[in-house]
Design a binder for this molecule. Sequence first.
Ligand code: BJ8
Length: 382
Amino acid sequence: MQPPLKSLDYFQKSYDIRVGQLKEKRARGTKIIATFCLFVPDEIIFAAGAGRLVLCGGRTDTIARAEQSLPRNICPLIKSSFGAVVDACCGGNLSCAHVQLVDVVVAEATCDGKKKMYELLPEYLPTYVLDLPQKPGSPEAITYFLSELRKFGKYLEDLTGNAINEEQLKKEINSSNETRRLLHRLFDMRRCDPPPITGSEVLQVMQKQFFLSPDQFREGIRQLCEEMEHRIPPARSGPRIMISGCPMSAGNTKISDIVEKKGAVIVVEESCTGTRSFWDLVEEDKEPWTALAERYLRIPCACMTPNDQRISHIVDLARRYHVDGVVYYTLQFCHGYNIERIRVQKALKKEKIPLLAIESDYGDSDVEQIGIRIDAFLEMVS
Ligand code: BJ8
């Protein structure tokens, strides 16, 4: 057993500091924006002088609150997020401290469940919806998304009273790209056999990127990379597994924990709490609004159609990280990722890479059964 990575403490400490920082900023008049999705560009929010945190819920205890109004048979991420907002705004005791810090939610038109949940949010928090083209490959998509981003910029200017100038936007693009490059450095080290860090450790870090300030997060990744470079890797551990599918928001580590407890090592995550959040950089020498529209439309989310870019990205990752198998993770009732699994499985089959599909919620009633299926899968790929 490896001693724990010391730099992981940095992330925990920064998290506590960040809550205080956001409170102070807000008291001084800075607007705090909450988002639920990677499609909302941080660069525009920061260029308007606002702060940002992500409210995607991974906790199970807020779900019952959401089920008082939402149907039960929708994705747990939607229920958990909505339940946290409702509970916090109605003085409940499960409260997510983050909700109290928020001035405005910037939502996005992605899956049906989220879109409809966003229609209920204004009762609790002011909400702005960023529209997205659904066919990112069509010639009109960029033009449309670009106009949506500019409209969003104007909304933020009115909200904050700060003009977004090109120079500031470029500065934020460079800063976000620096974070992306550092994450590439971190993920590159996981290509080693054995990798110097576990998937559960990486997940803890990736979940923090949605709350810490960019400076705090970058500093943590820098420290972590340096520590990993000097860490003596453990003796060869079990099969190399890629996790692919739905995001694992803070509070949800179930599948990664089970996979690694069963003796495998997760070497890469194709998800919004993995590569999808940082893989592509924004072109720095281009007109900044266009560069942002192009980069963000390339995010390979299953809400888009057709999503060929995701299929080829998964195959590319499987080769690059020398994976023995893929655990395809779908949150219950997430139809987009669930159905897209068929194309992913076909593409991986051609590469002779086995896939295990797991659909789950945030509860623990299926932990044992999932464990049995993962055991059998790992035995097959070993
Ligand atoms: S870019 S994955 S964060 S939309 S899991 S709520 S899709 S039913 S979270 Fe997502 Fe943006 Fe895409 Fe990422 Fe709907 Fe599916 Fe639930 Fe989901």
